[in-house]
Write a protein that binds this ligand. Structure first.
Ligand code: HEC
Ligand code: HEC
Length: 326
């Protein structure tokens, strides 16, 4: 080896060593250090099914449009509290995402806990959010002529349903929804579970709200309904046939006594036949998320909108039902 070659070799070798050193210092060590962050209080490891769901989330490219990071900015408050390092203990590599074409999903399990809604939305987003631009993921479902034992058909509205047969989720579809429902932010120490008046408006219902007639927007009840209820019952209260009941002309909403309506909103409802329909979805309870005043506003909005004419209520009526838990 001549002197020139030896010199070249030492330059290349030296540069290689610097490169390797920097790679370890800036790439490997921070990763190793971050992965030792202990889980925050209440942060649970994923089950085997949720873990498979996370793989489906990655392979279907959900991260291209959805973030899982709540920044400490007021624009992010609808998505939850600011994310903390301990939130990601069981979620490495983190699926932070950088594009928000759709809402942040850090807390989607708390915001939209209805499995049926999630299935309908994945099969065809337009079936529950008419103005949605999210792509459909029909390959996470199968169409069968007869329901296998123990399976429930996803109640897809006629306009989007296959001509015949029942739509049921595949193993991957079920796992993805199990994963989505596991995305819930545990409260930080010293923080309440959910700020009772924090608006949990997904982008879509904010749009629905904008589409409501002018003037209706000003009413607190209309805004709360758009934020919390329209996602299932529709911006105009008409629901989704076969999946979520219409509140327009509904006997419970128009009853002289609001007792049953108040209790439904506070404690949720499941398995009731309304009209001729049994709904496979459940109505989630709102007692932990909405104050007596909020619920009063929402109920009065329902009782005086879409042709409904029923006696209005006060926050005291809500308080009375809340204190007599089932
Ligand atoms: C091309 C962009 C895009 C992709 C890819 C995408 N989404 Fe969405 N997603 C959106 C948009 C836009 C919305 C808001 C409108 C709506 O609710 O449908 C949304 C809404 C949602 C919501 C409701 C959020 C809320 O706060 O109400 C969920 C849940 C969701 N997406 C899950 C997924 C999952 C799971 C995947 C992957 C299988 C996925 N999305 C892929 C664009 C996307
Ligand atoms: C995840 C979807 C979902 C959301 C969100 C939701 N509901 Fe419901 N709601 C349902 C379903 C499903 C039923 C029917 C349950 C049954 O039949 O057992 C229902 C039933 C009701 C009923 C009873 C109707 C009757 O005749 O008994 C009222 C009233 C009602 N919802 C009001 C509301 C209000 C107010 C909100 C917002 C604070 C809301 N819902 C949010 C799904 C939802």
């Amino acid at each position: 080896m001549n002197a020139a070659n030896a010199k070249l070799l030492s330059i290349v070798g030296g540069a290689g060593a610097v490169y390797l050193g920097l790679a370890v210092l800036m790439g490997v060590l921070p990763g190793a250090w971050l992965s030792r962050t202990p889980p925050g209080p209440g942060v649970k490891p994923l089950t085997a099914e949720e873990d498979l769901g996370r793989e489906v989330y990655v392979s279907e490219g959900c991260s291209y449009c959805h973030t899982q990071q709540v920044r400490p900015l007021s624009t992010d408050t609808p998505f939850g509290r600011p994310s903390a390092p301990g939130d990601f203990a069981y979620q490495t590599p983190e699926l932070l995402g950088s594009e928000r074409n759709g809402p942040d999903l850090t807390n989607i399990g708390a915001r939209q806990p209805s499995t049926v809604w999630q299935y309908m939305h994945l099969y065809q987003p337009r079936s529950v959010v008419p103005q949605s631009i999210m792509p459909a993921f029909p390959w996470l479902f199968r169409v069968v002529d007869r329901l296998p034992p123990g399976e429930t058909a996803v109640p897809i509205p006629k306009a989007y349903a296959p001509e015949h047969g029942f739509v049921i989720p595949t193993k991957r579809g079920k796992a993805l929804v199990a994963y989505l429902l596991s995305l819930k932010q545990p409260p930080l120490p010293g923080q309440k579970a959910l700020a009772p008046t924090a608006p949990a408006a997904p982008a879509a219902s904010a749009e629905a709200n904008a589409a409501a007639p002018a003037g209706a927007n000003a009413a607190a009840g209309a805004k709360l309904f758009a934020d919390r209820c329209a996602v299932c019952h529709g911006a105009t209260g008409e629901g989704v046939p076969g999946a979520f009941p219409s509140l327009k002309g509904d006997p419970v909403v128009n009853a002289a006594s609001a007792k049953e309506q108040i209790r439904t909103v506070l404690f949720g409802l499941q398995g009731k036949k309304i009209g001729d329909t049994s709904y496979s979805a459940a109505m989630p309870p709102f007692a932990d998320q909405l104050s007596d005043d909020d619920i009063m506003q929402i109920i009065n909005h329902e009782r005086s909108s879409w042709g409904n004419h029923a006696p209005l209520i006060t926050a005291k009526d809500v308080a009375a039902e809340r204190s007599s838990k089932p």
